[in-house]
Design a protein around this ligand. Structure first.
Ligand SMILES: [Zn+2]
Length: 303
């Protein structure tokens, strides 16, 4: 039989909180669709061997229900060596991960070719393909959470750069002598805006509490959100000036707070953008929800 071929792809996305997996069906000429999904809490504190077993188990569980698939994508936090499939940098994650092989044990256990992709780049790819950036040529994606992730698509193509690690919107240096960042640099926008920084600025335990308090009019929480948004605004204004994106997409765990954070970010970007009319800069929430990263990992495995 010849003609357009339907393929199925497994996508797995693991972070400090959950291991998520999806099976995506990719039909030529149509949007990819999710045919099955699952998630389990990450046992991050038990170390890399346990987490890698969880990744494999998540994959097997979906393959049993929705397989077979043609290939798999693995969304991973931090940085990895694309040639070796080993972890290079793993900020915000406990345990002895650096230099640990990741792609090979997963590929062997699942019996599939595995493509690795940074988790925020995976979300960017998913949002740019079937989410909030669908139909846009150039997008910048920013994910707000434990860390600050990001990704860039130009003319519909995910930008990975010479070493395969480009798109770290959250590691732009905003304050040269600012606080130490998990990446080893100082003053990155991540070090100034990540979840525990926002919580501590507001004098709260969690960002959820910060947004709840701000909604009730707590001045310290409102100020903390404004301060974080002003740094994010600088980072995004830089991206607008350099890339001129059609759309900026904001995702991540705290996006349930929606306009509470988007409004201050929009105002902060408007104050900093001079080369294009600020009102033309479109900043929107991500659309794909918590499975966006896993969907993007699956899409990264497309042949
Ligand atoms: Zn950094």
């Amino acid at each position: 039989m010849s003609g357009p071929r339907v393929s199925r792809l497994l996508g797995i996305d693991f972070g400090g909180t959950n291991v998520k997996a999806v099976v995506v069906e990719d039909r030529p000429g149509a949007d990819p669709t999710v045919v099955g999904s699952g998630a389990v809490p990450t046992r991050a504190d038990e170390g890399p061997a346990v987490v890698i077993e969880q990744i494999i188990a998540a994959g097997r569980s979906l393959l049993a229900r929705h397989g077979p698939v043609d290939a798999a994508g693995l969304g991973t936090p931090g940085a990895f060596d694309p040639a070796e499939g080993t972890i290079v940098m793993f900020p915000n994650f406990p345990g002895d991960w650096v230099n640990r092989p990741l792609r090979q044990p997963v590929a062997e256990a699942l019996g599939l070719p595995v493509t690795m992709i940074n988790d925020a780049r995976a979300l960017t790819l998913a949002e740019g393909t079937i989410g909030a950036g669908k139909g846009c040529g150039t997008i910048v994606c920013l994910t707000l959470g434990t860390g600050i992730g990001g990704g860039v698509m130009i003319d519909g193509k995910l930008v990975l750069g010479a070493e395969g690690r480009a798109g770290e919107v959250g590691h732009q240096i905003i304050e040269p002598d600012g606080p130490q960042c998990g990446c080893g640099n100082r003053g990155c926008v991540e070090a100034l805006t990540k979840a525990d920084v926002l919580a501590s600025l507001a004098g709260r335990e969690t960002v959820e509490e910060v947004y709840r308090a701000a909604a009730q009019g707590d001045p310290r929480s409102i100020d903390a959100i404004e301060r974080v948004a002003s740094y994010l605004g600088i980072a995004l204004a830089n991206m607008v000036t350099v890339l001129g994106p059609d759309r900026i997409i904001i995702g991540g765990g705290i996006m349930s707070s929606g306009e509470q954070v988007l409004g201050p970010i929009r105002r902060a970007v408007s104050r900093r953008v001079t080369w294009v009319p600020p009102e033309t800069v479109s900043i929107v929430p991500a659309e794909l929800g918590t499975m966006g990263g896993a969907i993007g990992a699956a899409l990264a495995a497309r042949g």
